[in-house]
Design a protein around this ligand. Structure first.
Ligand SMILES: [Zn+2]
Length: 538
């Protein structure tokens, strides 16, 4: 006789090891969901294998560069929570947009989840017992019916989330699931808060408020290998795009003593991770016994141009949270049985349900703030065009009205595809109000534009304006003079601020032999050229 569904569920749920183990505060604090853990990795941010570097050139410091480039600031009014200035917000948003575009291919669905949850949730996830000191708790001031503080019950205490995993478990559990739906992949860019001690706070790397490119995959045990392979592909694609690396992969396996789940489950999970690592074709090393108590993991350790190593991406299997949140799915056999079919094939019987899904935590960038710090130091001011907060600047040769008007026309053409973005930005220069055009067409055109275009029509000499633009490292410098006004359709563009080893620009502007310092490009064509350069992640 086959065991009842409940018995099977209990069986399939994770068992404690013979030496019954409850995570201690220390193990929980150290390990729990370290895919979302900044604290531990922060220790590694600026340490380890130091390569031979020129002692006369100090290594780039993202905090100094952040001030120089107007990227972010901090305030005593919110210690550890960086405030992004427009230039920093542009980079942040470009990173998020890049990932969103990849999510379509890698099958992630973005979700939006709360910042605060009732204490009840953190008790269920285990955070309240083991992680509370690292969390911020908040309480309301009572509803109109319960102004009396005595009436406010324990349940009215909330915790600011330090990680997204419990919220994603709630989404998974929001309705019954079938094996057919798996894998389910959620992505989330929510802000997270962790109560770092104030003395340790610094720049973008030691913070209290940050964002992750967080993702959780709920899948069948048989899907683990494929999911890990896909995640490793995602990591490779991302780091190649940013021209970061090399990086190394480290597999951490079952701790000798304190762990949950059966040895068989660990062996299977570790085998799936090893297969995925082998299939990746990349070299990897084993860190035996260093897995989290709730599952094995793969860490990606990135080496920067100074030889410093940074732990960035992680992929972690979790046997713990699906159990705590009683996550399940209907297996293949039970579904068919419900439809009247009689199942006798043993392999299908083994897939009877309800069953426990496997949960995979994964982050490709890790903390977006910390990744930004890494990029700021990596590029050291030489941002690629697509990420550069100072992408394009138009300089006027003089202040003649015809020249300035033509520069504004160029700006409107590049940034807005002909929409008058300049007048909307400077309404004080209007005489007669903004003429409403086809607003739907305007919305569509502006939707395509992600450029930041600046205009320098100051009375300074062209030489000074050029020097200023180069010092600020604009990728594209456009100079507008009387000649351009006379021609009426084009501008003179300096593309030399873009690193382009594959000659994309020459092909786009169809000028094979001329120097890229003074390319004459039609205005209409210029916008399309710049959009193509952005899409090429140049
Ligand atoms: Zn997680």
């Amino acid at each position: 006789m086959r065991p009842s569904r409940t018995a099977q569920l209990l069986q399939s749920s994770l068992r404690l090891t013979p030496r019954a183990f409850r995570p201690t505060r220390a193990t929980f604090h150290h390990e729990y969901c370290s895919s979302c853990e900044v604290r531990e990795s922060q220790k590694d941010t600026k340490i380890k294998a130091k390569a031979v570097v020129d002692p006369l050139i100090p290594p780039a410091d993202h905090r100094q560069l952040g001030i120089q480039q107007g990227l972010f600031t901090t305030s005593i009014y919110s210690p550890g929570s960086p405030l992004f200035l427009p230039n920093g917000a542009r980079i942040f948003n470009k990173l998020v947009e890049f990932l969103r575009a990849q999510y379509t291919y890698f099958g992630f669905d973005e979700v939006i989840t709360p910042t605060i949850y009732r204490k009840l949730l953190w008790e269920k996830s285990g955070h309240w017992d083991n992680y509370a000191e690292d969390m911020f708790s908040v309480t309301g001031h009572g509803t109109s019916e319960a102004k009396d503080r005595q009436k406010i019950e324990d349940d009215e205490e909330f915790g600011l989330k330090p990680m997204n995993c419990p919220g994603h478990c709630l989404l998974y559990a929001s309705r019954p699931r079938s094996f057919r739906e798996l894998p389910i992949r959620y992505a989330d860019f929510s802000p997270l808060h962790r109560n770092e001690i104030s003395g340790a706070l610094s720049g973008l790397t030691r913070v209290r408020r940050f964002h992750q490119d967080d993702g959780h995959i709920f899948c069948l045990p048989s899907q683990v290998g494929k999911e890990i392979s896909r995640t490793l592909d995602f990591v490779r694609l991302t780091y190649e795009t940013f021209k970061l690396g090399p990086y190394r992969l480290v597999l951490s396996t079952r701790p000798r003593e304190h762990y949950i789940g059966t040895e068989e489950e660990w062996t299977n999970a570790e085998a799936a991770l090893q297969q995925a690592l082998d299939a990746s074709g990349q070299t990897w090393t084993l860190n035996e016994g260093d897995g989290a108590f709730y599952g094995p993991k793969i860490d990606i350790i990135l080496k920067d141009s100074d030889g410093k190593e940074h732990q960035t991406a992680t992929i972690q299997l979790d046997f713990q949270l699906p159990k705590r949140f009683e996550l399940e799915y209907q297996g293949q056999e039970s579904e068919q049985e419900q439809n009247g079919a009689k199942i006798t094939v043993p392999s299908l019987l083994a897939n009877d349900g309800p069953l426990r899904p496997v949960m995979i935590h994964r982050a490709v960038l890790g903390s977006v703030e910390r990744f930004m710090a890494l990029l700021i130091e990596h590029y050291n001011g030489h941002w690629p065009f697509w990420l550069n907060p100072r992408q394009i600047i138009i300089l006027t040769v003089n202040q003649d009205k015809a020249v300035v008007d033509y520069a504004v026309k160029a700006m409107n053409e590049i940034q807005g595809g002909g929409i008058n973005v300049w007048l909307r930005r400077s309404p004080d220069q209007l005489d007669g109000g903004i003429k409403e055009t086809d607003t739907a067409a305007q919305a569509r055109e502006l939707h395509r534009s992600t450029f930041s275009v600046d205009l320098d029509d100051s009375p300074r000499s062209l030489g000074k304006k050029l020097l200023d633009a180069k010092t600020k490292r604009y990728s594209v410098i456009i100079v507008v003079g009387k000649q351009d006004v006379d021609r009426g359709q084009s501008v003179t563009v300096d593309f030399t601020g873009i690193t382009d080893p594959e000659d994309h620009i020459r092909r786009l502007v169809q000028q094979e032999d001329k120097p890229l310092q003074k390319v004459n490009v039609e205005l209409k064509r210029l916008r399309e050229t710049l959009l193509a350069l952005e899409r090429a992640y140049l």
